[in-house]
Design a protein around this ligand. Structure first.
Ligand code: GTP
Ligand code: MG
Length: 302
């Protein structure tokens, strides 16, 4: 008899594996990861280069477990922070049993040359944001171009409207190698709660401030204390690169920081499912995006 743990009730083999979600900045990789998992494990913003870390989101079904690695958008690294982001992509690809390569269906010229790089037996192409496309004939041309580039399977989805996802999920499940699940079925991510606390503050910065500020911002959870009989205390430091940015984050009389804190706290509480006390402190770490040591010790330490 075969080990029953590797079997689904129907007798087929259970499948489990890593799936790298890759693609250019802003195509909707994180939105797709969240939609597939069914929970907000990766932050989303209308601007490119939002994701900085590879994030693991977990889909568990009776027949398979897919470990989705959301990655930063592909870019040519120009400074140390971007080099770290590029390394997160490489490590996700190296770990992956399968790649889901995401394209923005609304961008003219997609898919382009870079589409070829990921094509092959172990990749699935996804044309995302089809809800925004008036010209459906264009989708057929894009699909044909992806097939020509070497993708055997192409899916048209709207991660935002959650359409086309059941078919994509099933295709991911079928493409995984046989193996027992690696995480308990109710676990949706592999990061600690303090990581999400810092990420939700960073997401709120993306949503509330313009121009350069979000890109010059790093968030670090300095304290996460469970207090019996009281709300959890979460302390997040917001690092910016200059005094002028600190002044913008804080705003006149602290009004902007207050708004930021309320928005982030709402998101953290929604994610954790319990009320928390969120304390924010704004610090200046001059030119941190080029500071290898700061990046290693504060942002990419796990
Ligand atoms: N209309 C529409 N918008 C979408 C869809 N998927 C994502 N978006 C939007 O596209 C923007 C970028 O989404 P993200 O999920 O952050 O994109 P990303 O590829 O993870 O971006 P980076 O992490 O910066 O590389 C956000 O404003 C999303 O709301 C979709 O299916 N339809
Ligand atoms: Mg992202």
């Amino acid at each position: 008899m075969t080990e029953p743990s590797a079997l689904e009730p129907g007798g087929g083999q259970f499948r489990c594996g890593y799936v790298a979600i890759v693609g250019k900045p802003n195509v909707g990789k994180s939105t797709l990861t969240n939609a597939l998992v069914g929970l907000r494990v990766s932050i989303v913003a209308p601007r490119p280069q939002t994701t900085r870390h590879r994030i693991l989101g977990i889909i568990s079904s009776p027949t398979y477990q897919a470990l989705l690695l959301d990655t930063p958008g592909l870019l040519d690294p120009k400074y140390p922070l971007q080099e770290h982001m590029a390394r997160e992509i490489e490590s996700a690809l190296a770990d992956a049993d399968l790649s889901v390569v995401v394209f923005d269906a609304t961008v003219a010229g997609e898919p382009d040359e870079s589409a070829r790089r990921f094509a092959g037996r172990r990749s699935i192409a996804v044309l995302n944001k089809v809800d925004r496309l008036e010209d459906k004939a264009r989708l057929l041309l894009q699909t044909a171009a992806l097939v020509k580039a070497g993708y055997r399977r192409v899916f048209m989805v709207s991660a935002l409207r959650r359409s086309g996802l059941d078919e994509l999920r099933a295709a991911i499940g079928e493409a995984l190698p046989p193996g027992p699940p690696l995480y308990p079925p109710d676990q949706v991510a592999d990061r600690p709660e303090r990581f999400f606390a810092a990420e939700f503050v960073r997401a709120a910065v993306f949503n509330l401030y313009g121009a350069e500020v979000p890109y010059a911002t790093a968030t670090v959870c300095e304290e996460f204390a469970e207090r019996p009989g009281r709300k959890d205390l979460i302390k997040v430091a917001i690092y910016v690169e200059r005094d002028s940015q600190k002044a913008i984050i804080i705003g006149r009389g602290g009004s902007a920081l207050k708004r930021l804190g309320s928005a982030a706290r709402r998101d953290i509480e929604g994610f954790l499912g319990r009320p928390v006390y969120l304390e924010l402190v704004v610090k200046v770490a001059e030119g941190w995006r080029r500071d290898e040591l700061f990046i290693k010790q504060s942002i990419y330490k796990r």
